[in-house]
Structure formats: structure tokens, C-alpha cells
Ligand binder design. Structure first.
Ligand code: MTE
Length: 320
């Protein structure tokens, strides 16, 4: 990724411990014991903490989408993030994303669809049809998590918009608002905002592609992409675009943020593939956050049965 100084994925093993300490400290300070300690010591919470919004519990049904692997602790899922609009450090989103206002929210739907328009969040997501899916998220930086997401299949949303035969791809955009996002500036930007992602239509309609509105039984925290974000569990995490404000149905392969920024390193497909190295590091193994050591990375992140057919006959070295 294009950051010139230290790359966020360049985490040495001895930095794992401070991160764990950090997470423990965060969990502690967040609890009532922490509040009492702060009261006694006169320390103040970080600026955002006081205004962090309450995350409402969600009603949802359980599903069979469950790899039956240990869940990554909530504290790690919500404190170790990539959301560059709020900073490039792993803890920046948790520190800064309180500025995001996810309510009210609307999404512009345009392109080759029978029902274009500006949809309110409430009209897009049927809160009575929410389901929980436990998916692995494998980041391109070679770490991974297992997260209980709550949401709806992307295909349900897409059908609502009635795409036409000309819709070959779906393009997504994140909010880009200087007032809410400290890294969205006029002068130097780490990425060309808005953050953009895309899927081929058949990928988007695949049963695994998911729109998450919550995790761990509650609404999505801002740093995880409130109020709605994509989850594409067989692709590197950067495909899972956050805080979506636009969905476009297009004929040509859409431009995506990381491919635009570094085309030799990030392709359109970005399927998790242990056999194709990133030019600067191997993708064969990963570090599961919260575990010691490394585990083997699985083809399509372990979702081969559900998605391999989408890429039959394609050279996945060229189409990385
Ligand atoms: N979406 C936006 N808008 N901006 C980002 O920087 N980072 C991506 C993806 N979606 C990103 C984004 C990357 S690199 C990853 S690994 C996942 O979000 C991380 O999701 P998580 O923080 O919920 O684990």
C-alpha cells in the first residue's frame, strides 16, 4: 500500500505483545473498573469516548455459516482495524471514528437498474430478516480474524434494484466527508477518496457475499463500517468496503482504490490465494489475531466449495 514510511502490515512478532496489552488495557478502561480508576486518578478518556454512540442489540437468526473456529475477541475486532479515512494506524479507526454519523444514512443506487434512487437505510435493510454469519476475514497484510457478522445477503439487496442485462459489475463507494473523516483532506490523501470497490455480478450474487449491519449481536461500530459494509469472505479484506453510500451497476470493470493506488500489488479480483505472493511478502501463511504462531492460508480463505466455480478457466496469477 502506498504509505512511504512504515507499512502497517510490517508487524514484527515482538510488537504483538504490546498490541495485546493495548487491547487488554482498552477492555479494562472500557469496563466499570476502568471508569472507577479514571475517576480516582483524574485521567480523562480519549476525546471520542464520551461521544461514542450506543450500539443497539439486533434481532437475528443463526445460520449454518460457521467455520466452527474460535471467534476473535470483540475487543480485537473493534480496536484493530483498517479504515484509512480515520487514519492508517491500526488503532486510529477506534480512536477517531466516533466522528462518523451513521444515522440517518442513505445510499445512492444508479446505473443499469430498473429501480435507481436514493434509498434510506431503513428501506434497504429489512431488520426483521437479519441473520448471523460467522466468516473469516483474511487481510492482505497476512493477519486474519473470525467474526460473527449480522446482516443480509448482498443478492437480496441487488434483486431489489432490478439490475438489467447490461449490469456486468457492481461498484461500491464509501462516504468521503472531510468533516467526519480526518484523513479525507484537500491537500495530501493516502488514497484517492472516495474509497471504491467492486465485484463482478456473479460474485456479488454468490450466496456468501454479505452486507453487514452488525457484529457480535449489536449494530456495527463506526470503525467497522457503520451503518452498512460489504463482507466478501473469500477475498482479501480490502474488498470489504465500509460505510457504503453508493452502489452502481456498470458495464465495465470498475476502478477500485487499491488497484488504482498500486496496480502491481493489488488487482481487481483479490481472491485469497496462498499460491500467489504479494510482490513484497508471502501469502502462504497468516497470523490469526489472538493466536501465537502462524497458520496456513487456505485457497479462497477456505470457501473454495462455494466460489471456485466462479473462476474456472481463469489464470489466477494474472487475475490476482
Ligand atoms: N473500507 C474503507 N472505506 N476504507 C478502508 O480503509 N479497509 C479495508 C476494508 N474496508 C478499508 C475499508 C481493509 S484493508 C480491511 S482488512 C477491512 O476493511 C478491515 O475490516 P475491519 O476493520 O472491520 O476488520
Amino acid at each position: 500500500m502506498m504509505i512511504k514510511s512504515r507499512k502497517p502490515w510490517q508487524i514484527s512478532e515482538n510488537e504483538v505483545t504490546p498490541e495485546q496489552l493495548y487491547l487488554n488495557r482498552r477492555a479494562f478502561i472500557g469496563g466499570s473498573a476502568g471508569a472507577a480508576l479514571l475517576g480516582v486518578t483524574g485521567l480523562s478518556l480519549p476525546a471520542g469516548a464520551a461521544t461514542e454512540r450506543v450500539l443497539n442489540p439486533l434481532a437475528f437468526s443463526k445460520t449454518a455459516y460457521d467455520p466452527k473456529e474460535a471467534l476473535t475477541p470483540y475487543e480485537a475486532v473493534t480496536a484493530y482495524n483498517n479504515y484509512y479515512e480515520f487514519g492508517t494506524g491500526k488503532s486510529d479507526p477506534a480512536e477517531n471514528a466516533w466522528r462518523l454519523q451513521p444515522k440517518p444514512w442513505s445510499v445512492k443506487v444508479d446505473g443499469h437498474v430498473g429501480r435507481p434512487g436514493i434509498y434510506d437505510f431503513e428501506d434497504l435493510i429489512d431488520m426483521k430478516a437479519l441473520e448471523e454469519r460467522i466468516y473469516r476475514l483474511r487481510c492482505v497484510e497476512a493477519w486474519s480474524m473470525v467474526i460473527p457478522w449480522i446482516g443480509v445477503p448482498l443478492s437480496l439487496l441487488i434483486k431489489k434494484f432490478e439490475p438489467t442485462a447490461d449490469a456486468k459489475y457492481v461498484a461500491f463507494e464509501t462516504l468521503a466527508d472531510k468533516k467526519q473523516m480526518p484523513e479525507v483532506k484537500g491537500w495530501f490523501n493516502v488514497l484517492d477518496w472516495p474509497y471504491r470497490e467492486g465485484l463482478r455480478m456473479d460474485e456479488a450474487m454468490n450466496e456468501l457475499a454479505f452486507i453487514a449491519v452488525g457484529l457480535y449481536g449489536k449494530e456495527l461500530p463506526n470503525q467497522n463500517g457503520a451503518p452498512l459494509r460489504l463482507v466478501v469472505p473469500w477475498k482479501y479484506g480490502f474488498k470489504s468496503i465500509k460505510s457504503i453510500v453508493r452502489i452502481s451497476f456498470v458495464e465495465d470493470q470498475p476502478k477500485t482504490s487499491w488497484k488504482k493506488s498500486a496496480p502491481s500489488e493489488y488487482g481487481f479480483y483479490s481472491n485469497v490465494n496462498p499460491n500467489v505472493d504479494h510482490p513484497r511478502w508471502s501469502q502462504k501463511q497468516e497470523r490469526r489475531i489472538g493466536e501465537f504462531g502462524r497458520r496456513e492460508t487456505l485457497m479462497f480463505n477456505g470457501y473454495e466449495d462455494a466460489v471456485a466455480h466462479l473462476y474456472q478457466g481463469m489464470d489466477l496469477r494474472k487475475n490476482y
